[in-house]
Design a binder for this molecule. Structure first.
Ligand code: PMV
Length: 324
């Protein structure tokens, strides 16, 4: 056993394909390593597992909150430990990932938590193990999570995914990325729960199916195009297709004045492409920039009212395959 064990997990963003992915189209999600959740494990003072959520100023015992996602993760880990009373453990959690911003904060906290505990207790877990346990926790919390957040934060790699049925775990594969993607992410500060925008889109789709099916197909084509452009390291083309994806998302009705303001500011400051990311209606947007262009876009987003700006680089990451 170590004296102390620290582990982390990155945030995530959806690069393109949101909403259309609910209707069977392909989407791309990326890890955001500029923000992360961290867990530090050390010996506790009394039996059982104590969690200290440093950012929230909360300290609680896992067995007092069996409904909590971290209790689910802990149960999944415990079945892999030698039989016997659990050791006295203290886990301290910290995160720089915006909460409820579609950036995978909950999944990243669960992933860092389980990795740190496993590391402290000398248990080897591979990313697929971590992802599976985090998925269970997300399911407990959200009902039917898409499986994206747990996969991206556990593997720390860009993925392409497509759903094949309501509630089913989607088909996922690593995204080929020969170069580095530099993204600037801007937060509008407007909270818009994803389930609300997803439900609103469903209502509109029900009253105008043909039109919406066509929009989703075109979004799917834009995503295919982004994937091919990235594979060819053609960032300009990828940027134009992200703009096209945004135009289609406007038609789907999930943009907002605050998002448009940030997206326009990013483009004017030289972004290769910019769009909303995730559920929309508020929340975050992202801009793809030239490696030297991030500073200009960052400043432009701040003056256009972004409450938080994150600059991050995305690479293909280690070569292991993604198993779900
Ligand atoms: O903001 P997020 O990461 O929860 O993304 C939502 C993506 C949607 O396509 C709008 C919904 C979904 O479940 O895929």
């Amino acid at each position: 056993m170590h004296d102390l064990f620290v582990a982390s997990a990155p945030g995530k963003v959806i690069l393109c394909g949101e909403h259309a992915v609910v209707y069977g189209q392909m989407a791309i999600a990326l890890p955001v390593s500029a923000v992360a959740a961290y867990a530090t494990v050390r010996a506790g003072d009394r039996r059982g597992l104590v969690v200290e959520a440093a950012d929230l100023g909360e300290v609680w015992r896992v067995d007092e909150r069996p409904e909590h996602p971290l209790a689910t993760v802990w149960s999944a880990l415990r079945v892999r430990l030698p039989v016997g009373p659990p050791p006295a453990l203290h886990v301290s959690l910290r995160s720089t990932i915006p909460i409820a911003g579609g950036m995978g904060s909950g999944a990243a906290i669960s992933a860092a938590f389980v990795r740190a505990l496993a590391g402290y207790l000398g248990l080897a877990l591979d990313p697929a193990d971590v992802s599976g346990m985090v998925y269970e926790a997300e399911r407990q919390y959200h009902g039917t999570p898409s499986g994206i957040d747990n996969t991206v934060v556990s593997f720390g790699r860009p993925i392409v995914y497509r759903r094949h049925g309501e509630g089913a775990v989607p088909l996922m594969e690593p995204l080929a990325l020969p170069g580095v993607l530099r993204l600037v992410i801007g937060d509008t500060g407007v909270r818009a729960p994803t389930r609300v925008t997803v439900a609103a889109v469903r209502e509109r789709w029900q009253t105008s199916r043909q039109h919406f099916d066509a929009l989703f197909t075109w979004i799917g084509e834009a995503v295919e195009g982004v994937r091919a452009a990235l594979r060819a390291d053609d960032l300009r083309r990828a940027g134009r297709l992200l703009d096209e994806n945004q135009r289609l998302l406007q038609e789907v009705g999930v943009s907002s004045p605050e998002l448009e303001r940030l997206i326009t500011a990013a483009r004017r400051a030289g972004a290769l492409g910019a769009k909303l990311s995730g559920g929309g209606g508020g929340g975050i947007m992202l801009a793809l920039v030239e490696p030297t262009g991030a500073g200009m876009v960052e400043r432009a987003l701040r003056s256009a009212g972004a409450v938080r700006v994150i600059v991050t680089d995305v690479t293909a990451g280690p070569g292991e395959s993604i198993v779900v």
